[in-house]
Design a protein around this ligand. Structure first.
Ligand SMILES: Nc1ncnc2c1ncn2[C@@H]1O[C@H](COP(=O)(O)OP(=O)(O)O)[C@@H](O)[C@H]1O
Ligand SMILES: O=P(O)(O)OC[C@H]1O[C@](O)(COP(=O)(O)O)[C@@H](O)[C@@H]1O
Ligand SMILES: [Mg+2]
Length: 530
C-alpha cells in the first residue's frame, strides 16, 4: 500500500477544515486528521464530533508499518520542498551583496568585506516546525492527528530569510510587483518593503503592474516605476498604490507579458485565487524555460490561507471591526429592547467575526460560516434573542458574511474571479428579527451596521505593519535565493517559505473544535443554535 502517494491523500489537515479546492470543489474531506469521502461530507450536522471520532484516521497509511513516521516525514519533506531555479537551469550562485552589518557596498576601496562581518544569513537547510503541540489523544481540543494514537510526527518547513549565496545579478534584475483580489490593510507596507529591500540588494529597475493581473494585458495601463522615493510614505494610507482587480487574462497571456517586459522577479500579493494564478504563472515560466522567480505574499483580511498563524491586515481588520461592534453595543444599550447587528467580511471563514467578538467582549451571538445555525425553533437564534431581551434588555449579534448561506436563496452568481456572490445574511437576519418580535408583540429596536469595506480600506495597525515589513523583506530574500512558486508566511511565530500549492488546497476555516471557538462561545455565552 502506498504510504504517502499524493498530497491530497495523506496530508494532515487542520481539524474542521473541509478539504476544498480554491473554488469550493470538494476532494477529500478531513476532520481532526480523519478522512471522509465526498458522500460522508454530507453527513449532518456538518461538524458532528461523534461522527469524526468513530471514523478511521488516514486509511491510506499503513500504520502497522514500523517505519510509517519516517516515510510520512520523507513525503512531507518532498511536498514542502521549495521549487528552485536550479531545478531548470544550470546556474551557479554568487555571493550576496545584502549585508546586515554594513548597508554599503561589499567591496570598499578594492577590499572586500571581511568574513567576520558577513553573518546573519539563513542557511538553506534551516527549518521551522510547522506543528508544535503534541496531542495525547484525538479527543484533545483542536487535535490534529495523523494516526489514531496521535503520534508525534515532526513536520519541518523551510526558514525564510537572506541567503549568503544568490542566483541573480542585482544590477541586471527587473522586478515587478502586483496586487490582486480585494483590498487589505498593509498592501502598501508590503510594496514599500519589497522596494526598499530590492534597492538594498542593488536592484535599480523596479516596476508596479497596475490593477492586479489586469495590468498584464490591458495595454492602456502602463507600468509604474518604483523607487524608495516613490514608496517612502505610501504606508501612511490604506489601499494599494498599484490598484487591485478581480478576474483577468489567461496565464499564457500574462507570461507573454512578463517575457515581453523582461521581468526577472515577480512579487504577487493576493489571496488564494491570486496564489492559484501565481502558481500557474510559475509553472508556465518553468515550461518556457524563463528564468523568472515568482514569489507571493499572502493577502487576505479573511485570514483564510492554510498553515499560517495569520495573514497581514487581519489584526487591523479585527481592530476596525471592534469599532463597529462598539457602536452597535452603544446603540443597543441605549435603545429600549435594542438589538445591534453587525455584519463582517469572511466569505467562507469566520476568523474576523470570531476574533472581533472575542476582542470586543460585547457580543452575545457570533455566527460564522463554519457553524450551522437555525433562526427559528426552540433552539434558534430568535428565541435566544427573546431571552436576552428579557434578561439583559438588549443584545448584540455579529455575523460573518458567509454564515447561514443555507438559509438564503442560492443565486449561483459569481464575481469576475469566479468567487460565489453570497446572499446578504445581515439583511436577512435583520428582517427576521423584526418580523419575529412583531409576531410575538414585543418591541425590538434593531440597529444594523455593515462596516465591511471600512474595515479593509484602512491603513495597517502597528502589529500588521511589522508583519508586512518582515514578509515583504523575506519575499525579496526568497527571490534572490532562487526560489520560485513559493509564498512567505508566519508559522508558530517563525517566518517561513512554503510551496504555493500547499497553502491553497482549501481555504483555511475556523475549527469548531478549537480552543479559540470554544473561548468565543464562553465569552458570548451563546448556546448551539440547532
Ligand atoms: N484558479 C485560478 N487560476 C488562475 N488565476 C486565478 C485563479 N483564481 C483566481 N485567479 C485570479 O487571481 C486574481 C485574484 O483572485 P480573487 O479570487 O479575486 O482574489 P484573492 O486572490 O484575494 O482570493 C484574479 O485576477 C483572478 O482572475
Ligand atoms: O467586494 P469585493 O471587492 O469583491 O470583496 C468582497 C470580498 O473581499 C473579502 O474581504 C476578501 O476576499 P479576497 O481575499 O478574495 O480579496 C471577502 O471577505 C469578501 O467577500
Ligand atoms: Mg480569496
Amino acid at each position: 500500500m502506498a504510504l504517502v502517494s499524493s498530497p491530497n491523500v495523506t496530508r494532515t489537515i487542520n481539524p474542521g477544515q473541509p478539504n476544498l479546492h480554491p473554488k469550493g470543489k470538494t476532494s477529500l474531506f478531513s476532520l481532526n486528521g480523519l478522512k471522509f469521502s465526498k458522500s460522508q461530507r454530507n453527513t449532518k450536522p456538518r461538524f458532528s464530533t461523534s461522527v469524526i471520532r468513530a471514523a478511521v484516521a488516514n486509511p491510506d497509511i499503513d500504520f502497522s508499518d514500523p517505519n510509517w513516521i519516517h516515510r510520512y516525514q520523507e513525503d512531507f519533506g518532498r511536498r514542502f520542498n521549495l521549487p528552485h531555479l536550479r531545478d531548470v537551469f544550470d546556474i551557479k550562485p554568487i555571493p550576496t551583496p545584502f549585508n546586515l552589518k554594513n548597508r554599503g557596498p561589499q567591496v570598499v576601496d578594492g577590499a572586500s568585506m571581511p568574513e567576520e562581518r558577513k553573518n546573519g544569513y539563513v542557511n538553506e537547510d534551516d527549518r521551522a516546525l510547522l506543528k508544535v503541540i503534541k496531542y495525547s489523544s484525538p479527543t484533545s481540543a483542536g487535535a490534529e492527528c495523523i494516526d489514531p494514537n496521535c503520534s508525534w510526527v515532526e513536520q519541518w518547513v523551510h526558514r525564510a530569510g537572506p541567503r549568503k549565496q544568490i542566483y541573480f545579478q542585482p544590477e541586471n534584475v527587473k522586478a515587478g510587483i502586483v496586487t490582486c483580489g480585494g483590498l487589505c490593510p498593509g498592501l502598501n507596507d508590503v510594496i514599500r518593503q519589497i522596494v526598499f529591500t530590492l534597492e538594498i540588494y542593488g536592484v535599480q529597475n523596479i516596476v508596479g503592474i497596475p490593477f492586479g493581473y489586469r495590468g498584464f494585458f490591458d495595454n492602456g495601463l502602463p507600468e509604474i516605476p518604483l523607487s524608495r522615493e516613490v514608496v517612502q510614505n505610501i504606508n501612511l494610507a490604506g489601499g494599494s498604490l498599484l490598484g487591485v482587480s478581480r478576474g483577468g487574462a489567461s496565464v499564457s497571456d500574462i507570461v507573454d507579458s512578463i517575457q515581453a517586459r523582461g521581468i526577472d522577479m515577480l512579487f504577487i500579493l493576493g489571496g488564494n485565487g491570486t496564489h492559484a494564478g501565481a502558481n500557474a504563472i510559475h509553472n508556465e515560466c518553468h515550461k518556457r524555460k524563463l528564468k523568472v522567480s515568482v514569489v507571493c505574499v499572502p493577502k487576505t483580511i479573511d485570514n483564510d490561507i492554510l498553515l499560517m498563524d495569520k495573514t497581514f491586515g487581519f489584526d487591523t481588520a479585527v481592530e476596525e471591526a471592534q469599532r463597529a461592534i462598539n457602536s452597535a453595543y452603544i446603540e443597543a444599550r441605549s435603545a429600549y429592547h435594542g438589538i445591534g447587528l453587525v455584519k463582517l467580511m469572511g466569505r467562507s471563514s469566520g476568523f474576523i467575526a470570531m476574533h472581533a467578538s472575542l476582542s470586543s467582549g460585547q457580543i452575545d451571538i457570533c455566527l460564522i460560516p463554519e457553524v450551522r445555525f437555525s433562526l427559528e425553533g426552540p433552539y434558534g437564534v430568535l428565541r435566544h434573542l427573546e431571552h436576552l431581551i428579557q434578561t439583559k434588555g438588549s443584545a448584540v449579534v455579529c455575523v460573518a458574511e458567509g454564515a447561514g448561506q443555507d438559509l438564503l436563496e442560492k443565486s449561483n452568481a459569481t464575481d469576475a474571479s469566479g468567487n460565489a456572490i453570497l446572499g446578504d445574511i445581515g439583511v436577512h437576519i435583520q428582517q427576521q428579527i423584526k418580523r419575529h418580535f412583531k409576531g410575538i408583540d414585543v418591541p425590538a429596536d434593531v440597529k444594523y451596521i455593515d462596516p465591511t469595506y471600512m474595515i479593509r480600506a484602512c491603513r495597517a495597525n502597528a502589529s500588521d505593519a511589522i508583519l508586512c515589513t518582515v514578509l515583504g523583506q523575506n519575499a525579496v530574500h526568497g527571490a534572490f535565493a532562487g526560489y520560485s512558486g513559493i509564498t512567505v508566511g508566519i508559522c508558530n511565530t517563525h517566518y517561513v517559505y512554503l510551496p504555493i500549492p500547499e497553502v491553497i488546497t482549501s481555504p483555511r476555516f475556523v475549527d469548531p473544535n478549537s480552543r479559540m471557538w470554544h473561548r468565543c462561545l464562553t465569552s458570548t455565552g451563546q448556546p448551539d443554535f440547532l
